[in-house]
Ligand binder design. Sequence first.
Ligand code: GDP
Ligand code: IMO
Ligand code: MG
Length: 431
Amino acid sequence: MKNLAIIGAQWGDEGKGKIVDMMCENFDVVVRFQGGHNAGHTVIIGDEKYILHLIPSGILHPNKMCYMANGMVIDPIALKKEILELEERGIDVKNRLFISKRAHLIHPIHKLFESKDEELRGKSAIGTTRRGIGPAYGDKYLRMGLRTGDILDEKVFFEKIEFFLKEKSSLYNFKFNTPKEFDEFIEASLFIKNFLDDIYFRLEEDIEKGKKILFEGAQGTMLDIDFGTYPFVTSSNSSSLGITAGAGISPLKINGILGIFKAYTTRVGGGPFPTELKGEMGEYLRREGGEYGASTGRPRRCGWLDLFQMKYSTTLNGFTSLAITKLDVLDNLSEIKVCTGYEVNGGPFKNFPSTLDKLSKVKPIFKTFKGWGKKISHIKNFKDLPFEVREYLSFIEEYLNVEISIISVGPSRKSTILKNKSKLFSEFLND
Ligand code: GDP
Ligand code: IMO
Ligand code: MG
């Protein structure tokens, strides 16, 4: 049994899509277990660029099965669009994509509600993707959610929709002219009906048959609803803590957790960001790294790598290996900084602060590294990396006490260095 999870270690957009795509060859099934189309996972194959929002990135590999599990919130309109776009580009989706009957649906009122809510918050708006993610999870926990499985019984489905239209929209004082706003939603829901299945059961059968499962996290640990920088988070457990409840699988069946992190830090939307660079250096990272949201196109905030945050993330997730991405973005810098701790009033922090108030007052402690000053995107073997890169990587490994097994030096599949002496390689990729 060799099942692996790929988890964002920072605030999302770490390059999970690229790494999932690159690892996929060694797995049979790829599973999304939380989030929705707030995610944007970029995969570049040759000259083709794909951005996946809901469908697991494994769909780009013929013959791999893709599951969207119960922990997700699914906007059927967005999903239908994604399926049709992939099919138009020659990707076979039918009979390879299976959606849990227990996932929750995002409907038009969720999106309206979120827009109103963000407006009401004014300056303290979270800066959500406005996809209706939070309101859909809210309804799930209020036990008034509309589930994918409801589509199967049209009577139940239409009764529930009637309820949302009449009761909930009046509760929130929304003006729906006619139920027309729901027409597209209903049509798309009926379109995805044929993809519905019992994902926990498929996983059980797959594992019994010796198939290997790859769990594809969305967002990142610092956006986790419980352990992220609340309330500037998403509404699901986007760390490894969300896998078991989100996919319906025992923790004993997850054999490794690969944490993905950028060689610097980014975040989109509001909320604390201790190592943020607001001036010229932040602009530089944004420009060199192409740091604009894959889902919303918003500019990402940029800052230095924060190892104190990464230590917190490593502890929570239990990373067994790490993949560093976008190292090439630092190529031309003469100096590179890394945060090794936080202090307030001269005293260091032991734990990662749990409140916004504390986090807003911390002063990051930086260690400065000499840059390597040359291009590294063409390098294929670890030993060929400049000395300064290897020094930078070993400092990170020692600090976090986890091996960096993958070094990504460019957006494409081929710009990747895989340490073939690593535990990740011998345990998960060596066949
Ligand atoms: P995800 O949400 O974690 O899948 O990440 P995104 O796709 O939102 O953002 C990562 C961006 O960085 C995408 O545009 C990728 O094509 C790009 N990318 C991934 N790895 C690398 C890398 O090593 N170097 C460079 N320059 N770009 C990368
Ligand atoms: P991937 O999977 C980066 C951020 C939003 C906002 C907060 C809450 O591509 O890494 P939400 O719409 O989820 O309620 O917004 O979370 N956010 C992401 N940031 N990458 C993502 O996904 C994100 N998904 C949500 O910008 O700050
Ligand atoms: Mg993304």
